[in-house]
Design a protein around this ligand. Structure first.
Ligand SMILES: Nc1ncnc2c1ncn2[C@@H]1O[C@H](COP(=O)(O)OP(=O)(O)OP(=O)(O)O)[C@@H](O)[C@H]1O
Ligand SMILES: [Mg+2]
Length: 261
């Protein structure tokens, strides 16, 4: 397996607060990697550094053998990194299909294309984009909802639409920040199947943040644990479940064992 992502000694300091403290990690191609840890551990901040929302205070980030630390967010999307947000960020008054189309790389070139190609070719090009986005909606289970405004979709479906939008950028690496938050157990099973499809059938890599231990333990090849900005554990699910430092970080053994069944 080759390496897709590497963080070298990455830190993020906000004023006097060290939100992420000197983290180094590597992600192999074709693994589902999860980032867990208590509230405020620095998980989302770490995602924000990977995606270019924040520039790390120290350290660098290597994606597919290229140092991307100084690239802006949209440049990283173009390199193949996309994400979903802990707090859903859809265009609420656009339809499900439109939410995907605005993320599609070729859709953003349309103004130029209009000048260069003229009407008929533009129409064909747009139709191709529509079809690609409809395929993605099918994958995330929202094909029948393509004309529905995002704001009218139930919460769980909005999370799926966010994943669809992340896929519409044709990424190599998809970062999911608590994709199962607010989903019921049936929706979480569907989400597990979707993440497997994305990795196994579409050849994408998934790095995810989740609080639901059953979900995380079931889907992850490997798990990283953050606590107070520090990486305190890195291992396969079984190792993480029995790691005393991880158990302590979660305030007692109960929290991990209770949700395992
Ligand atoms: N822009 C910011 N300015 C100042 N402090 C911040 C900023 N973003 C995050 N923090 C702080 O950094 C710490 C880590 O926050 P972060 O959101 O990364 O945690 P998290 O692990 O994602 O938590 P949760 O599980 O609750 O989502 C927290 O103390 C938070 O208040
Ligand atoms: Mg978070």
């Amino acid at each position: 397996m080759s390496e897709i992502l590497r963080a070298n000694n990455v830190s993020m300091v906000f004023g006097g607060l060290t939100a992420v403290d000197n983290i180094s990690l590597a992600m192999e191609d074709n693994e589902i990697l999860s980032l867990i840890g208590p509230n405020g551990a620095g998980k989302t901040t770490f995602f924000n550094m990977l995606t270019g929302v924040y520039k790390p205070t120290t350290g660098n980030i290597i994606f597919m053998d290229e140092d991307i630390t100084h690239l802006k967010a949209h440049q990283r999307v173009a390199k193949g990194i996309s994400r979903t947000f802990q707090n859903i960020r859809l265009f609420k008054d656009m339809t499900a299909l439109e939410n995907l189309m605005v993320a599609h790389p070729r859709c953003n070139q349309e103004n130029l294309a209009r000048v260069l190609l003229g009407g008929r070719k533009l129409k064909m090009q747009r139709q191709a984009i529509v079809e690609e986005c409809e395929e993605i909606l099918e994958i995330v289970g929202l094909k029948e909802k393509e004309g529905e405004l995002a704001t009218n979709l139930p919460y769980g479906k909005q999370r799926l639409l966010e994943i669809g939008r992340a896929l519409a950028t044709d990424p190599k690496l998809v970062l999911l920040d608590e994709p199962g938050a607010g989903m019921n157990s049936v929706e979480k099973e569907e989400l597990t199947a979707l993440i497997r499809h994305i990795t196994e059938k579409m050849g994408k890599n998934v790095l995810l943040i989740e609080h639901d231990m059953k979900f995380v333990m079931g889907i992850s090849d490997r798990i990283l644990v953050l606590d107070h900005g520090e990486l305190i554990a890195n291992g396969v699910p079984r190792e993480i479940q029995t790691n005393p430092q991880v158990i302590e970080a979660y305030l007692g053994k109960g929290m991990i064992d209770d949700e395992e069944e």
